[in-house]
Write a protein that binds this ligand. Structure first.
Ligand code: SF4
Length: 62
């Protein structure tokens, strides 16, 4: 199932674990906040990114 990955811009601390895990799906923008690069992704891929974020700044939208 395809889902959208959402970044909480206030919660993201720019630590980069998400980018290290899946640089094709997410990057750090000029303001130091994560930005999702693809509109829809497999739920398991999105969940993995949520799991690696140390501050819970990523969530899944079904
Ligand atoms: S792992 Fe979380 S806090 Fe770190 S850059 Fe990614 S979304 Fe932001």
């Amino acid at each position: 199932m395809s889902v959208r990955l959402i970044v909480d811009a206030d919660g993201c601390i720019g630590s980069g674990e998400c980018v290290a895990e899946d640089p094709q799906a997410i990057e750090i923008d000029d303001s130091g906040c994560a930005r999702v690069l693809i509109g829809a992704m497999d739920e398991a891929r999105a969940q993995h990114l949520c799991d690696v974020c140390p501050v819970g700044a990523l969530t899944i939208e079904h």
